[in-house]
Design a binder for this molecule. Structure first.
Ligand SMILES: Nc1nc2c(ncn2[C@@H]2O[C@H](COP(=O)(O)OP(=O)(O)OP(=O)(O)O)[C@@H](O)[C@H]2O)c(=O)[nH]1
Ligand SMILES: [Mg+2]
Length: 188
């Protein structure tokens, strides 16, 4: 699948008409700092359309990007950022849950986990929420570039065991490993 165009549409924090448009949404969800925004930039081949950053807690709104004029890539704030004060963290968690509870035209969730860290309790909790809401889910393990071969195979086993056999695409927003595979699955 080729990316022909991508543009920022809007950032929302609560209900908004954009949610209910007849446009499919590909929603990127995961821990803060796992590389959701970077991964979207990688998929779109745009270096900085989506703001990403060194500091966790970079994305504070639910950002909609219109891709190929017919699908939204949705960049969500991350969960589990320990240094964010509790109020703010709860507010983010609520926003993420609220988004997935909303009934929209069509949605696919891309759950991004950290390949090195593996699935955390919060990741598994998020997976459960997605499954309970009957979401179409694609799990991707990002930052594969930081692992050597040995660590890679160990982590693949660890992830497979913790994610009850769900298929996981290994990727790196940095090296673009897995990019074509993710795009294929998103658009299939
Ligand atoms: N080595 C490596 N670093 C990455 C990769 N993807 C993202 N990063 C780095 O991880 C940091 C966080 O990236 P973001 O894309 O802002 O992460 P995020 O998940 O959007 O974070 P929040 O918006 O806080 O939820 C940045 O310093 C990125 O450069 C990757 O595949 N490999
Ligand atoms: Mg982000």
């Amino acid at each position: 699948m080729e990316i022909k165009s991508a543009e920022f549409k809007k950032g929302i924090r609560g209900t908004d008409d954009i949610l209910y448009e007849a446009v499919p949404q590909i929603a990127f969800v995961g821990r803060s700092n796992v590389g959701k925004s970077s991964l979207i930039n990688c998929l779109l081949h745009s270096r900085d359309l989506v703001k990403s950053g060194k500091k966790p807690g970079k994305t504070r709104e639910i950002n909609f990007f219109l891709v190929n004029k017919n699908v939204y890539f949705v960049d969500l704030p991350g969960y589990g950022f320990a240094k964010m004060d509790l109020d703010k963290r709860e507010q983010m968690a609520k926003m993420i849950q609220w988004y997935f509870f909303e009934k929209v035209f069509k949605r696919k969730a891309v759950l991004v986990i950290d390949m090195k860290v593996g699935p955390t309790d919060l990741d598994l909790e998020m997976l459960r929420i997605l499954q309970e809401n009957d979401q179409d889910i694609l799990v991707v393990a990002n930052k594969a570039d930081v692992l050597n071969q040995k660590e890679r195979s160990a982590q693949m086993k660890n992830i497979a065991a913790k994610m009850s056999g769900l298929e996981v695409v290994i990727c790196s927003a940095k090296t673009e490993e897995g990019r074509t595979e993710i795009l294929r699955r998103i658009f299939e």
